[in-house]
Design a protein around this ligand. Structure first.
Ligand SMILES: O=C(O)CC1=CCC(=O)O1
Length: 266
């Protein structure tokens, strides 16, 4: 099946569904500057056991690019609106970086809709408000030129040096995703990241939670994942040999950790 467009009260979303229609639903949520294609390998793997739902986050890919700033509440609400539109009462949710933060928001505010929560290469607060405000201002000021600059610098934020050297085609594909993101959508998600701080709230999460950390991730570190593990009752932590986009850099280790966790009853 190819991508489709789902209309929600908050706008249209580009989604893709794979796997048996009666299987348990597993939602994948992308990181800042990527699209649902970042999950191609995981969709192929998990469509054997799950109904896999992927979507482009607001402001990204083929989804609505509404005027920013966005908020984490809005990004989490978009997931709930998508589940409602598709008639899905409960799902497992796996998000990376910004998508992981969206998952934490869902765990805090809509835990009854989740059977498993997987938070990858993320943190309860990512970076600093000043850093995100500077980035969003630059993108709004320079538009496509700023996106080109962010695409050029993205390998260093997303992958280890050995992976960049060994996998130029994969790196180039990921750079193509960010280069194609609408500047206002990207900037508005930076605004959401600037405001998002769930460091206290995540203590209320009662959904079975797996944290996946990249051993060489300089953006959201293993220490960030350990802090979340201390805060979320019963949370597990898996470390994989990768930088920030760990599902792309270490797909086998990532899929193994995710599959083992999803196999646990919830
Ligand atoms: O800055 C980046 O590209 C890395 C990143 C931070 C949040 C996110 O989703 O990606």
């Amino acid at each position: 099946m190819q991508t489709q467009t789902i209309e929600t009260p908050g706008g249209r979303f580009r989604v893709r569904l794979d796997g048996p229609s009666q299987a348990p639903v597993l939602v994948f949520s992308n990181s800042l500057g990527t699209t649902l294609e970042m999950w191609d390998a995981q969709a192929e793997h998990f469509a054997q056991t799950h109904r896999v739902l992927r979507y482009d986050t607001r402001g990204h890919g083929g989804s609505v690019v509404s005027q920013g700033p966005y908020s984490l509440e809005q990004l989490g609400g978009d997931v709930l609106a998508l589940l409602d539109a598709l008639g899905i009462a409960k799902a497992s949710f796996c998000g990376i970086s910004m998508g992981g933060l969206t998952g934490l928001w869902l765990g805090v505010h809509a835990g009854e809709r989740l059977s498993h929560l997987v938070v990858c290469n993320s943190a309860a607060k990512i970076g600093t408000a000043e850093g995100w405000q500077t980035r969003s201002a630059l993108v709004r000021e320079k538009g496509a030129a700023a996106m080109a600059e962010l695409a050029a610098s993205s390998p260093g934020r997303w992958f280890t040096e050995p992976f960049i050297a060994a996998q130029p085609a994969r790196v180039a594909t990921s750079q193509g995703w960010i280069a194609g993101i609408a500047p206002e959508g990207y900037a508005a998600c930076c605004d959401a990241l600037a405001q998002a701080d769930l460091r206290e709230a995540i203590a209320t999460i009662r959904v079975p939670t797996l944290l996946i950390a990249g051993a060489s991730d300089p953006v959201t570190t293993v220490a960030d994942a350990q802090a979340m593990q201390r805060a979320i009752a019963g949370a597990r932590l898996a470390e994989v040999p990768a930088s920030h986009l760990s599902n792309l850099e270490a797909p086998a280790a990532f899929d193994d950790a995710l599959a083992a966790f999803l196999a646990t009853g919830a």
